[in-house]
Design a protein around this ligand. Sequence first.
Ligand SMILES: [Zn+2]
Ligand SMILES: [Zn+2]
Ligand SMILES: [Zn+2]
Length: 452
Amino acid sequence: MAARLNRTDFHRWAARTRTTGGCLQPVHLRGAVEYRDALTGTLLHRYTTGREPGGTLRVACKTRRVSRCPSCAETYRADTYHLIRAGLTGGKGVLTTVTEHPAAFVTLTAPSFGAVHARRERDGKTLACRPRRDGGTCQHGRPVSCTTRHGAEDARLGQPLCAQCFDYRAAVLWNAHAPELWRRFTLAVRRHLARTAGLRAGELREVLTVSFAKVAEYQRRGLVHFHAVIRLDGPDGPAAAPPAWATHDALADAVRHARGAVTVRTPECGDVPALELVWGVQLDIRPIATTGALTDRAVAGYVAKYATKAAECVGTLDRRIRATDDVDGLPVTDHARRLITTCLRLGAVETFAGLRLAEWAHMLGFRGHFSTKSRAYSTTLGRLRAERCNHNQRAHEVTTGRLPFDDDAVLVVAHWRYVGQGLTPGERLLTTALTGTPLPALGTSTCARRPA
Ligand SMILES: [Zn+2]
Ligand SMILES: [Zn+2]
Ligand SMILES: [Zn+2]
């Protein structure tokens, strides 16, 4: 900190820190950009990183993970919020008539792969975890009953009652196939809607579009589940009204049917039996309204919050497992360690090579995207970022007057080279002091609590 503070270029360093929004792992670039008159080639303006502190320009990392960079994750969260909200209320290029289209907030879960400690609540009271009147033990001699009323921060939450009874192979294979289950689920929703209207599946898109936006969330037991906004539009997407038969009830029926209708089969291989992977029976479907129990604002908030979380919230790592890592020494929970070990072991089996389980061991086998949406849902993150970029550029021109060029008449020649990423511990502290962004907690989970 002292070394950085005592440099004569500290003010410039601090100004750049504010421009990156307090990013804690900025990318360092070296290079120059020239603005030339497109007709004459005259140099209008030249920027080089040579005058920046250390001769490099720092740009924000743009991660979505709050455990790595709270500031960039906050930008991502806010963008996701507006993207989801625009799909429910309009705005950002989506017509406000989209409010009248039926939409539901759906949560799809994984089935049980063995009993785990859980916190159950009813009417604000915490219930016993897993009471079994006849008690007894499993074949490994461990109790099958747990009468503890677990606190919200209890380290046992999500851990199995008996690790030997928990089916780790099926659990990681389920995570690995969750994106495929989702894909089949969306097809089944469309098929069921078509049947409701007496149409063939291929005829549906002439009258109806099913749009969705979804995020993956890890449960404490290390399995992903999906929260999704599913909306019914007319054939041209959000700008067109859906047919009269496409109601909230028709959507809920289709979701309920599709949850139970889809399976993914995995092959038998050595000591791993063939599996039939399905969704868990626990399904939540709630209609989204502009007022009342579940508002568009609340849904957008949930989805955006889940989008910045990752598997580290369940006690695993926020980076890939390296060949040099000693898995026994990793700072993860025993349950996560067993899931990781299972991924590494199955990852070496030829039959499962396509799942790249070793590469995604830190994600407990899930290699899908954290948030995805269908094309017609609303605007895109890319469009939101471009808009912000334009806004910042205009603000920059107003305050500095430095680039009063007409875009079409200027030739921009840029050369950039990546020279590294990150900050020293002292620079991280200075960054948080300058911008007020918090440091990610060390070694503890930075998860937001689930909404009640
Ligand atoms: Zn960042
Ligand atoms: Zn328990
Ligand atoms: Zn057991």
